[in-house]
Design a protein around this ligand. Structure first.
Ligand code: MN
Length: 245
């Protein structure tokens, strides 16, 4: 029974399948997915549908899921004059922000689903965890998409806001906990300053950063096994974006 963690698939379904094969995930194993399944890459919804079929996958929410869930319910509705009257400034703002952050492939694939499947996808995303706490071989881990924004050692994990957990980048220069390793995605390791090995898993100060920039040119999906510490990598994305966080 093994525990694997990966993050930031960003619609790269084929790379996700590649790393699943490399991990050789078994029914008794657990796979934690630390958010940002959707947006940017070509197949976000196809990736979600795959995760929905995997009872041993536990998904944690990323900022891209927060943006998606706010907008997909709106997009489900038939566009009528009445609906446009109801389009308030907050919804419009959410749609613009999401579109700016690579929503197109998610919206395109979502529109191809029938209404029932659209509801199932929205409900699936709404069920993502905010964070997970796991213990493997007596080592405690905190799994979270981005966080912990406004870190304070006296603050309980339950006190962090959604924004602090999914948007604000972890400070890898700061050791948050003596007894707990924080595993986070959100910041591609290509963009960590002074990282000697950009595009691969980065470990420092009881942090493990595992977003290896699947949507970036020559980036990849990374996974780590918590029992063995073994690292796994998908093939690199030759068609990825240049200079995009
Ligand atoms: Mn993110």
């Amino acid at each position: 029974m093994s525990t694997y963690v990966l993050s930031d698939i960003h619609g790269e379904y084929d790379m996700f399948i590649d790393i699943l094969e490399k991990i050789n995930l078994k029914d008794e194993d657990t796979l934690y997915v630390l958010g940002d399944v959707v947006d940017r890459g070509p197949n976000p919804i196809k990736t979600l549908l795959k995760l929905m079929e995997m009872p041993n996958a536990i998904c944690i929410v990323g900022n891209h899921e927060v943006m998606a869930v706010e907008c997909l319910s709106f997009l489900k509705k038939e566009v009528t004059d009445r609906l446009l009257d109801e389009l308030d400034i907050e919804t419009l703002d959410n749609l613009v922000t999401w579109q700016y952050n690579g929503a197109k492939s998610t919206i395109d694939e979502f529109r191809e689903l029938d209404a029932e499947m659209q509801d199932e996808v929205i409900d699936f995303i709404k069920d993502f965890s905010l964070y997970e706490e796991v213990s493997v071989n007596s080592q405690k881990y905190l799994l979270v998409h981005a966080g912990l924004g406004n870190f304070d050692p006296k603050k309980d994990i339950k006190e962090y806001s959604l924004h602090e957990l999914v948007w604000e980048r972890a400070d890898y220069e700061k050791k948050y906990f003596e007894d707990t390793i924080v595993i986070s995605g959100h910041t591609p390791t290509q963009y960590i300053v002074n990282n000697p090995n950009p595009g691969y898993i980065y470990k420092k100060n009881n942090h493990i950063a595992i977003d290896c920039g699947a949507h970036i040119k020559n980036g990849r999906i990374a996974a780590v096994c918590l029992e063995t510490k073994e690292e796994f990598y998908s093939y690199p994305n030759e068609n990825g974006m240049e200079d995009e966080i």
